[in-house]
Design a protein around this ligand. Structure first.
Ligand code: SAH
Length: 250
């Protein structure tokens, strides 16, 4: 497959570890966003911060495809765990995506994206299978290297890799009532974030491969904001760096 691979995150801390691995990156600004073009383990790569939310995600995906000709997009970031067994420090790899705040009812069934006749979009099967393998490897080795203090602070004891439905919306879900409502409405949803399903819709339009991995930073409940910055810095950014490095090193 020709064309570079895009590595995308929503937040600065998540991308820092990836940029640190790129020896020769050149910055280019498109649509007010900085795209870092360069190499990572010999692969042609474009790294970019999407910013937060579905619109920022969609414009970033479109620019990556139209301006940089990317053929594959790998998104790494954090998300709130929804499913009962999806805990802080676990990793979720998306197989499918859904916009939980899409609601054109009664004209369309709740969550169906008008014009597409569907509510869910799929991740690229082969790229995603590869990302699952790599994430499982990283989870086996990385957490053991953390100081006890970090491990205890976040209760990172036996982190697991889950695969399935990831849901996105323009809302940081930070109350137990909201996450409970999402669990009732979408019982298959493993985790909630703010960008993945927007990337999936654009990648569907352009037939570009997408894979998304999210480290669980919170349980999308009343304490979701507590220690979020510290978790990003000390845990999530290291997962992102290690996963992307391993993925591109094979
Ligand atoms: N406090 C942060 C804002 C984070 S917004 C700041 O100061 O910048 C949350 C980001 O993390 C989004 O990119 C989203 O995709 C992801 N995320 C993590 N937990 C989430 C949750 N509980 N609900 C929605 N998005 C969440």
């Amino acid at each position: 497959m020709g064309g570079p691979t895009a590595i995308v995150s929503a937040l600065h801390e998540e991308l820092a570890a990836v940029l640190a691995l790129m020896p020769d990156e050149q910055a280019q600004v498109v649509g007010g966003r900085t795209f870092w073009r360069g190499h990572l383990h010999g692969h042609d790569v474009v790294a970019v911060l999407s910013g937060i939310g579905k619109v920022a995600a969609a414009t970033t995906a479109t620019a990556l495809i139209e301006r940089f000709g990317v053929q594959r997009i790998v998104f790494t970031g954090v998300a709130g765990g929804l499913s009962p067994g999806v805990n802080v420090g676990d990793v979720v790899v998306a197989r499918h995506f859904l916009q939980h705040d899409m609601d054109a009812s009664p004209l369309f069934v709740r969550h169906v994206v008008p014009g597409y006749g569907r509510a869910t979009f799929d991740a690229h099967a082969a790229l995603t299978a590869h990302l699952v393998r790599v994430s499982e490897d990283v989870l086996r080795s990385l957490p053991a290297q953390w100081p006890d203090e970090v491990r205890n602070a976040f209760g990172l004891h036996a982190p697991r890799c889950h695969q399935g439905l990831l849901i996105s919306g323009d809302r940081f879900v930070s109350t137990t009532a909201e996450s409970e409502a999402l669990r009732q409405e979408l019982p298959d949803a493993l985790a909630v974030e703010m960008e993945g399903a927007a990337f999936a819709q654009v990648c569907h339009d352009y037939r570009v491969a997408l894979a998304v991995v999210r480290t669980i930073s919170d349980r999308a409940d009343d304490v979701a904001h507590v220690d979020f910055p510290r978790f990003l810095r000390e845990v999530a950014s290291r997962y992102s760096g290690a996963i992307v490095e391993t993925l591109l090193n094979e």
